[in-house]
Design a protein around this ligand. Structure first.
Ligand code: HEM
Ligand SMILES: *[C@@H]1O[C@H](CO)[C@@H](O)[C@H](O)[C@H]1NC(C)=O
Length: 502
């Protein structure tokens, strides 16, 4: 046989072996739950399994909702699926959710996400770490988020809120105008977190294309190739770690490393003290107490995380809220009256901003109907026997708590598509299982920035609603659809509302 034919035959054999090997590997994964008699969908799961539509035609929150409803109808506390190729369970029973998030947290301390701070410093943030490394860092950072510290930063937020108010006033000088709420509210939160996390005045309301805004847009709009890279790293975490692979794109890393280094050096040289996160992080870096101390890379990773976790979640919540208020004028009138009654016309304080009870109910209902973080992740460290059932969650299984599906479960929230803040009055709240409301997660690993997120959301909404009314305009969508391409549950397309001064 001539040499080249020989090579060809060998090539074809190798390709065939690869395809068959891959097929067997996937087939074994796909049969995992069936083989164990664990409740599962049992469909022929092709390459992407139950998540075939996710990220293409529908957002993952819809996929999880369908799976949740299917398992719930069967009366099981939990169901098995394969998330792309990762072995996964979806939790249905609120008591089991509580056990996983609180009582048996020790077995579920990890989200199971790839990180490798040695070669990729920005991946060494609280969100990604696990075990002892997570525990120590969480303890160091917790004092940064107490209500005392929130009060301290309140003035800084008010400064940005004044600019937001001015902007609305100018735009509406002599008439009602149509405004793109996504642009305005994200400019507001980029500026708030920009000053609080990095101590820089971004001025995004005036200059929509400043560098930090450009870079921040890119964080959530990664190329499909990069998304595949991230999925790959998470699928083969052990291999990725051995090969020292990086998840963060190089330009993003350079931007934030330089930004934080320059800020820290400037402040240390000029002895600048400010009421913000950066100040608190620098104090930790220079702490006398080794238990408290953090490194420069750790500071950078946390500041970056606060920025990523903090701006779009809050701005999107305000957009959702203003949209519902435009669609429900009676609720908006009641809320505006309450804000005027409690806050008056003078300067806003931390106490008054926090004590508009009806505003808190409206925000709670907004996050119920539109939880921007639509699911919570944990990974089982060891096998976990479920109390009162003969089911066991095997070690290393990804545990998904489908927040969006739970928030839209008719058993807990009748007519889930209706926007009704009364769901969060004292009576209704007391009559509901507390673990069927999870916009900020629960337990030792819940959202560390919850108070800050709530505070900037309240201040932003009060600033707008004190002096302005929002109504649907000619280009306002009838309902908001979620963007299937976005990780966070954000609206697809624009959210134009008509704004009137009054
Ligand atoms: C409306 C605004 C926000 C929402 C809805 C939100 C939601 C969440 C959720 C659901 C989690 C996961 C919790 C869990 O797994 O149990 C989380 C984690 C986290 N959030 Fe937020 N968040 C918001 C604002 C913020 C802000 C403003 C910051 C920082 C300044 C922040 C920083 C974090 C951090 C650091 C974590 C990881 C905590 C850990 O793993 O120990 N978030 N957030
Ligand atoms: C809460 O709302 C329900 C209607 O959903 C109403 O019947 C009840 O009186 C309200 N309770 C309070 C304390 O406002």
């Amino acid at each position: 046989m001539p040499l080249c034919e020989c090579f060809l035959a060998a090539g074809i054999t190798a390709a065939l072996a690869l395809v068959i090997g891959l097929w067997l590997f996937l087939d074994k994964r796909r049969r995992f739950w069936e083989d164990r008699n664990f409740p599962c969908t049992g469909r022929a799961l092709m390459l992407f399994g139950d998540y075939k539509q996710a990220s293409r035609t529908e957002h993952m929150q819809e996929t999880n909702r369908r799976l949740y409803q299917e398992f719930k109808a069967r009366g099981v506390p939990i169901g098995g699926t394969i998330f792309y190729v990762v072995r996964t369970v979806i939790v249905i029973d609120p008591e089991l959710i509580k056990a996983i998030m609180v009582k048996d947290f020790a077995n579920f301390h990890s989200r199971g996400l790839y990180h490798n701070p040695e070669v990729d410093p920005l991946s060494g943030s609280l969100f990604f770490l696990e075990g002892q490394a997570w525990r120590q860092l969480r303890a160091k950072l917790t004092p940064t988020f107490t209500s005392g510290k929130m009060k301290m930063m309140f003035e800084t937020i008010l400064g940005v809120a004044d600019e937001l108010g001015d902007y609305f006033r100018e735009k509406t000088s002599d008439r009602s105008v149509e405004m793109e709420m996504k642009d305005v509210m994200s400019a507001f939160t980029v500026d708030v977190i920009g000053t609080c996390a990095f101590g820089i005045d971004c001025n995004s309301l005036r200059d929509g294309n400043n560098e930090i805004r450009e870079v921040s847009r890119k964080i959530f709009k990664q190329s499909p190739l990069h998304m595949m890279w991230v999925i790959f790293l998470n699928m083969f975490r052990g291999l990725a770690k051995t090969l020292k692979l990086k998840e963060t794109p190089a330009d993003l890393e350079k931007f934030y490393m330089d930004l934080v280094r320059n800020t820290v050096e400037y402040r240390e040289k000029n002895k600048v003290q400010r009421n913000d996160f950066m100040n608190l992080l620098i104090q930790l870096k220079n702490s006398e107490n080794p238990e408290e101390r953090v490194t420069m890379n750790e500071i950078t990773a946390q500041a970056f995380l606060f920025f990523v976790a903090g701006f779009e979640s809050s701005s999107t919540t305000m957009v959702h809220c203003l949209f519902e208020l435009a669609m429900n004028q009676d609720i908006q009138e009641k809320l505006r009256a309450e804000i005027k009654r409690v806050c008056g016309d003078g300067k806003l304080t931390y106490e008054t901003a926090s004590s508009v009870e009806y505003l808190n109910m409206v925000i709670d209902e907004t996050l119920r109907k539109y939880p921007v973080a639509d699911l919570i992740m944990r990974t089982a460290a060891n096998d976990y026997k479920i109390e009162g059932s003969d089911l066991t969650i095997p070690e290393k299984t990804l545990v998904l708590i489908p927040t969006y599906a739970i928030h839209h479960d008719e058993e807990y929230y009748p007519e889930p598509e209706r926007f009704d803040p009364e769901r969060f009055n004292a009576t209704n709240r007391a009559n509901r299982h507390p673990y069927v409301y999870l916009p900020f997660g629960e337990g030792p690993r819940n959202c560390i920035g919850m108070r800050f997120g709530q505070m900037q959301t309240r201040v932003g909404l009060i600033t707008v609603l004190r002096k302005f009314r929002v109504v649907p305009g000619p280009n306002t969508p009838a309902r908001l659809e979620v963007d299937p391409k976005s990780g966070l549950a954000v609206p697809k397309g624009g959210v134009l509302l008509q704004v009137e001064r009054n």
